[in-house]
Ligand binder design. Structure first.
Ligand code: PMP
Length: 303
């Protein structure tokens, strides 16, 4: 099935405070965001018409811009309300939400002291990956990238800055060319870091869940959610530096992310894992949580 190009669709996009027809949501080619990567974004999912962890995402969106030394001129509340409005206008039930903010065209040089910030929230249909039999049965296979996550002294690594995704695209392309679905990147010190759009977890042979300490990459909102779900199931979760060789001591592995949700990993190059009860159980827990059908949520709703 051909995918409709993203600049040629029906509907509306929230653009600097207004609903703009989809095809008119444009920026000029001479803008700082395009030339100097002064751009930050978010990726959010809506389930049953409701954006999951919307406030957390919008808080991170604003914080990402601040880390790049610019300010998104809307409050978290305004951004949440705008998201709800655009979801409604677009009649989204299960979908993806893409906020993006970038520096405009007032100055075209390294210095961008006088540039205005532009803010957009777009949304489109995107069914959840849950229940996809192939993922539950086969998981995904990852290559190890030759590109590393940089030191926090090189870039504001906690920011969801567009510029940092250059490393992810290079890694993902190389992995896909070699027949893998995604890449796992190490960090600048050689420790396991993350996949190109998701965090990584390992279930060790002693039953504990280990995941890299997010000290130079995104501490994913899904990562934090899944840590809570794992603790609620009684698992011990350890955040620490993990060397690639230690993957030999893991029996299961899985990815977490807004897009990936919980995705079992069958292999990282020559390290193979079983698709086992821990990953599959957390997949189910996450699916129930985002849809508001977990026993906890139902109990809270009943008062
Ligand atoms: N790492 C990277 C590089 C990502 O792009 C994402 C997706 N935003 C994540 C981790 C997971 O973050 P989250 O769970 O907040 O979506």
């Amino acid at each position: 099935m051909a995918i409709l190009p993203f600049d040629d669709r029906d509907g509306v996009i929230w653009f600097n405070g207004k609903m703009v027809p989809w095809r008119d949501a444009k920026t000029h080619v001479l803008c700082h965001g395009l030339h100097y990567a002064s751009s930050v974004f978010e990726g959010i999912r809506a389930y049953g018409g409701k954006a999951f962890k919307l406030r957390e995402h919008m808080e991170r969106f604003k914080a990402s811009a601040q880390m790049l030394d610019f300010e998104i001129p809307y409050s978290v509340d305004e951004l949440c309300k705008a998201t709800e409005a655009v979801l409604k206008e677009q009649h989204i039930v299960d979908g993806y939400i893409r906020p993006v903010a970038w520096r405009g065209s007032e100055m075209m040089a390294i210095s961008a002291q006088n540039n205005k910030t532009h803010t957009v929230i777009a949304t489109w249909d995107w069914p959840a990956m849950f229940g996809k039999h192939d993922i539950r049965k086969e998981g995904v296979r990852l290559a190890i990238s030759k590109w590393k996550r940089p030191s926090p002294e090189t870039e504001p690594t906690a920011s969801k800055a567009a510029g940092l995704y250059m490393i992810c695209t290079l890694s993902k392309h190389a992995a896909e060319r070699a027949g893998f679905q995604d890449a796992m990147m190490l960090d600048w010190r050689g420790y396991v870091a993350e996949a190109t759009g998701a965090n990584i977890f390992f279930v060790m042979k002693n039953g504990e869940i280990h995941t890299p300490k997010p000290d130079c990459f995104l501490d994913g909102i899904t990562r934090r959610t899944v840590i809570e779900l794992a603790k609620a199931r009684g698992y011990t979760v350890v955040e620490r530096h993990i060397t690639p060789e230690e993957m030999a001591d893991a029996k299961e592995a899985f990815l977490t992310g807004t897009a990936a949700e919980v995705t079992p990993v069958a292999a990282v190059e020559n390290y193979t894992f079983t698709i086992g009860p821990v990953a599959l159980g957390l997949m189910d827990d996450y699916a129930a949580l985002v849809r508001g059908t977990s026993p906890e949520t139902l109990k809270k709703a009943a008062g």
